[in-house]
Design a protein around this ligand. Structure first.
Ligand code: ADP
Ligand code: MG
Length: 426
């Protein structure tokens, strides 16, 4: 039995390269999320293949290496598709590599597969600290199981080696989760900066829309000061005035709840309620552009951060309205489809060419010249990704565009703890 410290360091280097450096590079690229996910999957599997190729401990045909770090990170962040591909690659490559630890390898890989699929959801909706605890705890428990398994198989207690293996595997997992979370926070910060643009751009349409009811109410008050007014007329004026004030109040309330920096927390969101809220805020802009709004929204539940979700909806709706300079219809629908909630937002505007469609989400891509920032769709993509959703866009020139967002549906009674993190994440 031989312990190779150089191979251990090499394993750690391989893992840092494939699990941190490659994601960092991908983050900087302007590729679509689908492609990023695909490249990440390849990267994780390359990490596994490289680790198996440089065993840290070799004992009677059985090899120890840090491949399960990649299995754990890939499974926790990538979910079921990642876990499936990792299982296939681990088992196939290990068979190709030979030796008599193959059966054990299949068993251990399957154990990870089963556990990680169960843990994935819980992990995804946890705070940074909880993610660290889950990842490290899981690594300690499963590496102890692995050592016990192999020790039993070769009939030899491997206390010292087992302990070293467990410690190095768990610390590497801890380190990688920690740095990944820091990288994710930086990406959030970019989204928050973009929000300030949106807040200021919406302000003028909102203030315009709130001035109208004020004028209306002032007119009615003047009318009501006439002495010879019948009771019916007076009641009617009163009713209209109250309605107008309520409407203005709703707009301001929803706008402010979006604009003020709130604490960031993942919670159960009622799609119906959130869509109505964002409608209050965007209607003034639609009115200013003679855009009529059609809705067909239903109650469904998803997990997410309220303000980020609002930002995503507002960005898409604002783009749609801006694509209809001569007026048109903005249509908003939500429905459940199997285990997904599908929200579709469509316009009857100018549409996009194939080339523009492909560039959507690229930072600073805009066709609006000085008026555009080219950051809206970038935020939309990131927010939807952070909520484990997908965005599908179709568009036809001079006909309009349709944005379909899919999120995993949460049953109202499905209550696993959701982490609340404070607004000032460092
Ligand atoms: P901005 O709105 O500041 O230009 P975005 O990232 O929100 O930046 O959008 C990028 C580009 O995508 C827009 O400039 C526009 O060309 C195109 N686009 C986005 N949404 C639509 C839409 N609904 N209809 C047509 N083009 C759109
Ligand atoms: Mg925009």
């Amino acid at each position: 039995m031989e312990f190779d410290i150089q191979a251990l360091l090499l394993n750690i280097l391989i893992l840092l390269f494939f699990l941190l450096f490659i994601p960092l590079i991908l983050e900087q690229c302007n590729t679509s999320n689908k492609k990023k996910k695909f490249f990440m999957l390849i990267s994780v599997n390359l990490a596994i293949i490289s680790c198996i190729s440089f065993p840290v401990i070799e004992t009677g045909g059985k090899i120890f290496d840090l491949r399960y770090v990649a299995t754990i990170i890939g499974g926790l962040y990538g979910g079921i598709p990642a876990s499936i591909s990792i299982w296939i690659v681990t088992v196939t490559y290990r068979i190709f590599f030979g030796g008599d630890g193959i059966i054990l390898n299949v068993l251990i890989a399957s154990m990870h597969f089963a556990f990680l699929i169960i843990l994935f959801k819980k992990f995804t909706y946890s705070s940074k600290i909880k993610k660290l605890i889950i990842g490290t705890g899981y690594s300690i428990v499963t590496s102890m199981l692995t050592v016990a398994f192999i020790g039993w198989y070769i009939n030899e207690a491997m206390l010292y080696l087992g302990f070293t293996y467990m410690i190095s595997l768990s610390i590497t997992v801890l380190l990688i989760i920690y740095i990944t979370e820091i990288m994710n926070e930086t990406s959030r910060l970019k989204i928050r900066t973009e929000k300030m643009d949106l807040v200021s751009q919406l302000a003028s349409s909102i203030s315009h829309e709130v001035r109208n009811p004020l004028t209306v109410v002032r007119g009615f008050l003047q009318l009501m000061s006439q002495v010879d007014l019948t009771k019916e007329k007076r009641d009617e004026y009163l009713k209209i005035s109250i309605e107008e004030i309520d409407r203005a109040n709703n707009i301001i309330k929803d706008y402010l709840s979006f604009a003020k920096p709130n604490s960031i927390k993942t919670e159960l969101l009622d799609v119906n309620q959130e869509l109505s809220r964002s409608l209050d805020v965007i209607t003034p802009l639609a009115n200013m552009n003679s855009v009529s709004i059609k809705t067909n929204i239903n109650t469904s539940f998803i997990y997410g951060e309220k303000q980020l979700f609002q930002q995503c909806l507002l960005n898409i709706k604002k783009n749609c309205i801006e694509a209809m300079p001569n007026g048109g219809t903005l249509e908003i629908e939500s429905k459940e489809f199997y285990d997904q909630v599908v929200i579709s937002i469509s316009d009857t505007g100018i549409g996009m060419t194939e080339e523009h469609l492909n560039r959507l989400g690229e930072p600073y891509f805009t066709t609006k010249g000085k008026k555009g920032t080219g950051l809206g769709m970038m935020s939309v993509f990131r927010i939807i990704e952070s909520m484990n959703g997908t965005l599908h866009i179709t568009s036809e020139l001079q006909k309009g565009s349709k944005f379909s967002i899919q999120f995993p549906k949460i049953k109202n009674n499905e209550s696993f703890e959701v982490a609340a993190t404070s607004s000032d994440q460092s």
